[in-house]
Design a protein around this ligand. Structure first.
Ligand code: FBP
Length: 255
């Protein structure tokens, strides 16, 4: 059997077109709660499934409960394997709530896991992600790490130093892709992309930007920096016209 280190597989293939990607994230119902993020329309996961398909997203991200009830196969699925609510205070930790096996049975072509880098519990999340990465790779699936520096030890979670540290941690831990926050400009984000050394980099959308143009400027910067694309939620499905926004984003990523 060839040594793993000699096998340069891109397990992200199901989510790529011309090496780029645009993922629709919808796990905020657990992370933030419905009253923080949702309206009468986007509280319904069926609306998100429709947006993912009609908006020609490269993939959609659900927790297992939403996937079980609403995933219909039109867009490749990523199942988030851990999660937490915004209710506990103190050092953040997010633990596994779904197995790789269960994700596969739901039709997942990839699995996601959040690591709070810098938290006093980062070791627990490293260990859990380590097992998940091995189980996902045994099945040929990518393990995508949401790496968010957070906790009392982290002063500025969008600085060049900390975002590139997050990207590099993804490489070191064996992630196929990392989802990280934007640093604010292409030059500093390019350092994060370089630090990931081939691990695919996705920008995490964040709270809805004041205007479409503000957000699209970030998307341009991310692509200019050499990233693969973005995994976005609120900036699409909180938009008054989610499909029009998806179209604008797609044009930048795949142009
Ligand atoms: P958004 O584009 O809405 O920010 O979604 C990306 C995401 O990573 C979600 O997958 C996740 O629920 C959320 O951000 C986590 O947000 P927070 O930074 O508040 O923990």
């Amino acid at each position: 059997m060839p040594l793993n280190r000699l096998v340069k597989q891109d397990r992200m293939g199901a989510f790529l077109k011309d090496g780029k990607s645009m993922l629709l994230a919808y796990d905020q119902g657990l992370e933030h709660g419905p009253s923080t993020d949702f309206t009468d329309k986007n509280v319904d996961p069926a609306m998100i499934m429709e947006t993912a398909a009609k908006g020609k997203f490269s993939g959609v991200v659900f927790q297992k409960g939403v996937a079980e009830r609403f995933y219909d196969g039109r867009v490749p699925l990523i199942v988030k394997l851990n999660g937490k609510t915004s209710l506990p205070k103190g050092e953040p930790v997010s633990r596994q709530v779904c197995s790789v096996e269960q994700a596969v049975s739901l039709g997942a072509k990839g699995v996601g896991y959040t690591i709070y880098l810098g938290s006093q519990f980062e070791g627990e999340m490293f260990a859990e992600f380590g097992k998940i990465q091995e189980q996902a790779h045994e099945r040929g699936l990518p393990a995508i790490a949401w790496i968010y520096p957070r906790g009392a030890a982290v002063q500025n979670d969008t600085s060049k130093e900390i975002v590139s540290y997050a990207a590099r941690a993804g490489l070191e831990l064996g992630a196929d892709a990392v989802k990280i926050k934007y640093t604010g400009d292409p030059a500093t984000f390019a350092w994060a992309v370089k630090s990931a050394a081939g691990v695919r980099v996705f920008m995490s959308g964040g709270p809805k930007a004041p205007t479409d143009d503000d957000f699209l400027k970030q998307v341009k910067g991310v692509i200019e920096a050499g990233a693969t694309g973005l995994a976005v939620g609120r900036n699409v499905w909180q938009n008054a016209d989610p499909l029009a926004m998806a179209d604008k984003i797609r044009k930048i990523i795949f142009s």
